[in-house]
Design a protein around this ligand. Structure first.
Ligand code: TYM
Length: 341
């Protein structure tokens, strides 16, 4: 039997857990816009509000605010709701319905090996929610309810995408079908792991208690410039070759951020700044970051003044999404043997 041909379709999601960072922008959203504009794939982008409540209770009004703000971030960065399908996860119920089926496909052992589960549940797994444990099965459902073939993400999502492939393969094998595609992760470029501005060995994260460690997409020009000027570096000048950044994680991080924002290779950044001291390089990086990011934060603020328009876009996105997800869920139910009316 020949392999089925799946429509090339990109899916990716971001948690509305408060505050988009430069890591989310460079590692994910910027790639989403590029893949949308390339026009080679259908593109579906999602605010994953169901995932956002797995770690802790989020005050309801805060979740609503964060979801709208994330949507504003997508739009301000260049996601076009006509070209892409832009949705909020809970408004497309088939995600959660397929997730239940996948809860019955995935094995406890697989889930227990997820490093994000281990990190987030820490020493207190017993007190963690069942939702946090099952998180990757919902993520697999997010992708596969669209028969998503390509998933652009940052490096930290790699293991979850391997699990998505395992779930698709096991479902297909157990039911003797070739129904779900084996998804390709798209983890490319210099910004797949943007690091913490105060410690280049740690990932930049929205959950870090210190705001100095990250650039938020809502930061204004002054805040962006100040955080870059105060970023940790070392006393040596910039090297002429990439190998000279080995064992200099803070320096490497700033070079990679510059390269990603300027859309050039890290070597091109070093060619331009060979021998520069960080005091000087940071000023150039701050100017570049303000030029690229400040218009996005200004546009986000403008969009947030009209939440009704954001809600309209998401309602329309959900309608378009369900043209894809309802038939895929129905076929899944038929395969599994569920009666439907
Ligand atoms: P989340 O919300 O933690 O992050 C969203 C996206 O941003 C990327 N990212 C980074 N990239 C580079 N450097 C960083 N410092 C950095 N921090 C975050 C993440 O890799 C991700 O691509 N489980 C997912 C959300 C999700 C999803 C999905 C993703 C739910 N369902 C289906 C893809 C497909 C998450 O928590 O991402």
């Amino acid at each position: 039997m020949s392999d089925p041909v799946f429509t090339p379709r990109v899916f990716s999601g971001i948690q509305p857990s408060g505050g988009l960072t430069l890591g989310n922008y460079l590692g994910a959203i910027k790639r989403f816009v590029e893949m949308q504009d390339a026009g080679t794939h259908e593109t579906v982008y999602c605010m994953v509000d169901l995932h956002a409540i797995t770690a802790k209770l989020v005050p309801p009004a805060e979740l609503v605010h964060n979801t709208r703000e994330l949507c504003a971030g997508f739009l301000a960065s260049g996601i076009d709701p006509e070209k892409s399908i832009l949705i909020n996860q809970s408004q497309v119920p088939e995600h959660a319905q397929l997730a239940w089926i996948f809860n019955c496909v995935a094995r406890m052992g697989w889930m227990g090996r997820m490093t994000q589960w281990k990190d987030k549940s820490g020493k207190n797994a017993e007190a963690s929610s069942l939702g946090l444990f099952a998180y990757p099965a919902l993520m697999a459902a997010d992708i596969l309810i669209y028969h998503g073939t390509h998933v652009p993400v940052g490096e930290d999502q790699k293991q979850h995408l391997e699990l998505t492939r395992d779930i698709a393969a096991k479902f297909n094998h157990d039911y003797g079908v070739e129904f779900f595609p084996i998804t390709e992760p798209v983890i490319e470029g210099v910004a797949t792991r943007v690091m913490n501005l105060q410690d280049g060995t740690k990932k930049m994260s929205k959950s870090d208690p210190s705001d100095k460690t990250r650039i938020n997409m809502t930061d204004d020009a002054d805040a962006i410039a100040k955080k870059i000027r105060k970023a940790k570096t070392d006393p040596d000048p910039l090297p002429g070759e990439i190998a000279g950044l080995d064992a200099r994680p803070d320096a490497r991080n700033l070079v990679n951020i510059y390269a990603a924002l300027a859309e050039v290779s890290p070597q091109a950044v070093l060619d331009q700044h060979d021998g520069a001291l960080f005091g000087h390089f940071k000023l150039a990086l701050a100017d570049l970051a303000v030029e690229k990011l400040a218009p996005i934060s200004a546009e986000m603020a403008r969009l947030m003044d009209d939440p009704a328009e954001i809600d309209r876009i998401l309602t329309r996105g959900a309608e378009r999404a369900r043209e894809i997800t309802v038939p895929i869920l129905e076929r899944t139910y038929d395969i599994v043997g569920m009666l439907r009316s």
